[in-house]
Design a protein. Sequence first.
Lengths: 377, 341
Amino acid sequence: MNAIPRFNSNRNAIGWFAMTAVIALLGWVETVQPMGVDFADLTNGIVTMDTMVRVAILTIVLVGLNLLMGYAGQVSLGHAALYGLGAYASSILCVRSGDLLGVPAWVLGSWWWPWLVMLIGMAFAGALAYLVGRPILRLQGHYLAMATLGLGIMIYILFRENLGFQGQHITGTFDGIPGVPRLRIGNFEIWPISRYYFFAWIAALGAIAFGLNVISSRTGRALRAIHDSEVAAQAMGVDVASYKVRIFAVSAILASAAGSIYAHFQTTVSPAPFSFVGSLELVVMAAVGGLSSIWGAPFGVAVILIIKEILRSRLRVVFSGASGEHEVIFYGILLVLIMIFMPEGVTVGAVRRWRLWQSRKREQVLSPAQPQAGVPR
Amino acid sequence: MKRSTYQNKYQILRYILIFLILAILVVVLGSRKNFGPLQYAQLSLDGLRGGAIYALIAMGFVIVFNVTGIINFAQGAFVTLGAMFTVTFYNLNAPLPKSLHLLLSVIAAILVTTCIGVLVERLTIYPARKSSPLTLIIITVGVFITIQGLSLLVWGADAYVFPAFTTLEMSDRVFRWLGMVIKAQSFWIWGIMVLVLVCIAYFFNFTLLGRAMRACAVNRLGARLVGISPGRMSLVSFGIAAAVGAIGGIVVAPIIRPSYDMGLSLGLKGFVAAIMGGLVSTPGAVLGGLLLGFLENVAAGVTKAGLKDIFAFILLILTLLFRPQGLLGVRKTTVETDGAH
């Protein structure tokens, strides 16, 4: 009864390097433009470099969310807000900390300040997740879903409400905070988008490698045991609550890091993507990718983002007067269908069905006269 | 448990202390805005009106959770559907007196929403009934966003207008009493909430179906053994929850201008109220709803109106941290194992 397909580490390594190669190739196409072929031309303009960077950024969030949902068995309905926490930490501390906190100008102008801020954001998100998660994850049931829902909406309102502090506005209103600087290392600016593409994907691949290592470590084995049976894991001496809290904190840290990368990519941070609907979108992505599969993370993000782009551009043709918000119908139906037919997620579900089909075929070859009843389902 | 014995002794004292600190905080903040007793009374009344709505929606959460163990996030969608269908039916041209037309629209909207609730259960919950509660919760989230998206498609993004029940006009009759202003709609809301509470209490205590549902809530396997079908009970619970949610949406419609996304915040607040009530008790949900409405309105009144929602979710987090069993609940010491499937 293994609920989770276990790829051995060799395959993971091969997959990781293969993915790195593909990403590098695509980045090379964009940078060098061999024979005048631009990256956007490869996909007929549907997938742009911009989308690819977004996929990378959300992959980082999704790795954390997959760990939480698939391995710790808890759902977070406020992950977009934790993602937003990173984005707002970066934008506030890089743009407004001079006025708000009196950070001297030479610090603000230095290349390492945004990186330091990113770490501060991660630490803050992690600490917040730990503080909230610790008492709540000791309870049986899905209290974390409720708590994260509340936390997410609270944080979103704080972003939106433009709170004052010593006569200065902290978060801005719906318009958000403009003018977030680009990231630099020394004098090397990570900007034309092709450079940022490499940076974002290095971070994303790092997150994937981290996720893969976590699940094949002692923590990962403990988490899988929790996933299969909490009572049994407890009986084996696994401190269920503490592992869950740690994973929740890790997923918050990853989300916050992704948020910072998003802020420096977008340069304007507004509250809209961090609302409740944003959190739901992340859950849909996780469901498409597979709840307990790290590899599912980039897949789920890419599928949803690309479908979103296509819907945005085509929906207006199909229904006149349809706006971008109508895509939520599609999310909803997709989420329901996946959860009914493949609750372990599309990638994992597809892999399982494929294996089942293969083993059936093999048995048919071995003993064609045998009835099907003996095949374990 | 060691903790629970201590708790009984000092709990009351602790709560009184917390309440006093909060009250002082409120008065200090209020004095900066020159609030007198009148303003507080007005804020409380408005808060209790909102709270009654939350209580109605929370009852829907409780009914579904009790019978199926699912937190039905689609509850907010039923609220939207109730209000929007009533508006649609009321705007149809019919050769009827206004009051009768409104009554028929309300009844039709409740029926349609109930049918949708039943349909949702059959189409989405029933096929996945053997999945984990987490999966089912995610399914209800999916149902919620689907219905909200479809509402946007059908009714558009505009807010509609809805007549007050008493005057059947946009402007409601207003009562003034000791300097406070009370809209007639508030009495409708309180009255209907009490009526629904009584009906639900009667249904669950004195009818065969209601008792079967309670049996299902207590022990699914046991209920099955005596011939109760949990699947059917789940169906009925969704139907009732949808009807109650629709009623909540309809009575609030004259106060807020109903739109396709009204269910999101109302549903979430109802959920907070249900958690405050412990998720398993209907009276608890009502108490939670009223308390939530009261507290958030007073808190928003003394600080900033835009922060109203924050106080609701602060209450949610505080409840989960300090009283996960709810206001009326008893701390459970045993792990609940479900005998489902």
